[in-house]
Design a protein around this ligand. Structure first.
Ligand SMILES: [Fe+2]
Length: 201
């Protein structure tokens, strides 16, 4: 890294951090400290994963290739924008609950459970596979966090997770997965489902 050549002086001499990450301050919103702490922890995990998926959509928007280049170039950017909206919703829900939203790339990289893609360019099938895998991690986590929030009486968090996160991710999975229907991955899933159904009958 290049040394910082700025003449701007760091405001040293006092502690500048006014709230530690992982803590919640009190808010008069009729939710216990313990409940807000639990919701903030789940929301920050989903936030880190959502930021990663948002950035993966931009990577794929730039690097997409092949005969479906133009439609995927547009679709990936649309989903990028929608994930960016979810990032803001999740972060502001964390702050609403008195928490500290995870924000910067190095912290997000340490926290996310979505696998790091290579810097290089991957083919469309792999791009789509990575997106679907990331969506599934988020949706699975959001279901669990939504149920916990409802059981704890945190209806606001439950609503954000169900009405915004889960439903938007489900919709995006539909649009993305149709691009590989007939190309391998989706077919294999359908075959598994069909053989499972045949066993049940
Ligand atoms: Fe663009």
């Amino acid at each position: 890294m290049k040394p910082n050549s700025s003449n701007l002086k760091h405001p040293a001499g006092h502690d500048t951090e006014i709230q530690e990450y992982g803590t919640v301050v009190d808010r008069p919103i009729s939710l216990d400290h313990k409940v807000r702490l639990a919701s903030v922890a789940s929301l920050n995990q989903i936030l880190a994963d959502t930021m990663t998926l948002r950035d993966m959509y931009k990577k794929h928007h730039w690097q997409v290739s092949g005969p479906t280049f133009y439609q995927l170039h547009l679709l990936f950017d649309k989903h990028y924008g929608e994930q960016a909206e979810l990032v803001d919703l999740l972060a502001e829900r964390v702050q609403t609950l008195g928490g500290v939203a995870i924000a910067m790339a190095p912290d997000v990289a340490e926290t996310t459970r979505i696998a790091r893609p290579p810097r290089g360019r991957e083919d469309v099938t792999m791009q789509v596979f990575r997106l679907l895998q990331a969506h599934e991690i988020i949706v699975e986590d959001a279901h669990e966090a939504a149920r916990a929030a409802a059981a704890n009486g945190d209806d606001g968090t439950n609503d954000v997770l169900v009405s915004d996160v889960i439903r938007r991710n489900e919709l995006q999975v539909w649009f993305v997965s149709e691009h590989i229907a007939g190309a391998g991955i989706a077919d294999r899933d359908e075959e598994t489902a069909r053989s499972a159904a045949a066993v049940q009958v």
